[in-house]
Design a protein around this ligand. Structure first.
Ligand SMILES: [Fe+2]
Length: 367
């Protein structure tokens, strides 16, 4: 039997331990509460009634997020290095991630060594980003002998998807079917064009205008893009596995809705029961289409040559904020983003350039 005094001592110790445990729990609660300090606080005595601000509903919903879309670098990349400048600008803007809509290398390389050099040049640029960069296959990236194999080695699958904060992103491959062979002279022409851009910009623009009017290019641009069954099956399966997402964004290089093939119509019909937005590039000209209530957006260039006249001739990025009510979108002309040190007019050469068609229009005006 435990003596009474010893029992009382044990009881005191037990109570003490319980109190300590209680204190410790209260401390944790206090610490936790202090960690959840309000995001916004102010001197309530100094600002009592009227307030020098409009609202305390800050745009800081953790389910909202922002990403940037960047268009074509190549198909006659400008020598001023607009795309490279854009990488620095994206680091200033700090989106959560960046997606490109294809044509990031000039491609049509003559050998592996040349192709490797092109990819290494581009990967040095995308490697500057402080956030992920997602690639999409463009014709300049893969549509030439050895191009698809090199892509597979460097970037893996030609189409893929991911989920980010309950939103699905599908990156499709508009270059998956056999596409028309590029004109045989394209490799040499690209080199000459690059040289002329430095040595004789007017001649470069003239050359580009002629090239864009060539039969092979006109035929290639007008042809509907077919998606092979394997990719269609994958899209169907991937969508079916993720029916609970808030929104679906789809990316591909060629704006297939401009001249929709049967297989592209099949993709649209797979999407009919969900909210979605399509993005593409390829035309080097910003364009917005609303088709049956859905948005289809052709991103303008980020360094690629200009082919048309008009307001879509702008090097830009699209800034997308995914809100609870769907995407909010803002286009930012790259010329409008400058660093904390101020405007640097020497960079304007990267943006104030003339398109091939502009050169033509000026020529016409002189006649
Ligand atoms: Fe393209």
């Amino acid at each position: 039997m435990i003596p009474f005094k010893r029992m009382m001592r044990l009881l005191a110790i037990a109570v003490g331990l319980l109190l300590l445990a209680g204190c410790s729990q209260r401390d944790t609660t206090t610490q936790s509460a202090s960690q959840k300090a309000p995001v916004f606080s102010f001197d309530k005595a100094a600002v009592a009634e009227a307030k020098p601000w409009t609202s305390e509903n800050f745009a800081n919903n953790p389910r909202e997020f922002q990403f940037a879309i960047i268009g074509d670098r190549t198909g006659g990349a400008n020598v001023q290095g607009t795309f490279e400048i854009a990488m620095n600008q994206l680091n200033m803007l700090q989106p959560e991630f960046v997606i490109n809509v294809g044509d990031i290398i000039e491609g049509y390389a003559e050998d592996t060594k040349e192709l490797t050099a092109m990819w290494e040049e581009v990967e040095a640029l995308t490697g500057k980003l402080e956030m992920p960069f997602f690639y999409t296959r463009g014709n300049h990236d893969v549509s030439f002998p050895g191009g698809k194999e090199e892509w597979a080695r460097r970037h893996g699958p030609n189409y893929y998807h991911f989920i980010y904060k309950d939103v699905q992103f599908l990156v499709l491959d508009s270059e998956d079917s056999s596409r028309p062979e590029p004109p045989p002279e394209i490799m040499e022409a690209t080199k000459v064009y690059k040289k002329l851009q430095v040595e004789d910009p007017e001649a470069a623009r003239k050359m580009l205008a002629e090239f864009m009017k060539s039969d092979a290019i006109v035929a290639a641009l007008g042809q509907p893009v077919e998606f092979p069954n394997e990719q269609l099956d994958w899209i169907k399966k991937t969508l079916a596995e993720h029916t609970d997402v808030r929104w679906t964004f789809l990316f591909m290089h060629e704006p297939c809705w401009e001249n929709p093939s049967q297989s592209f119509k099949a993709i649209e019909s797979m999407l009919k029961d969900r909210p979605y937005t399509f993005f593409a590039g390829h035309l080097h000209y910003y364009d917005y289409d609303k088709i049956k209530g859905r948005e289809y957006i052709t991103i303008g260039p980020a360094g690629a040559s200009w082919h048309h006249d008009g307001p879509g001739n702008v090097d830009h990025i699209m800034w997308v904020t995914m809100t609870e009510d769907g995407p909010q979108m803002a286009n930012i002309a790259l010329k409008g983003v400058f660093d904390r040190k101020g405007l640097d007019p020497s960079l304007f050469g990267a943006y104030d350039r003339k398109g091939a068609a502009t050169q033509d229009a000026q020529g016409e005006a002189k006649k």
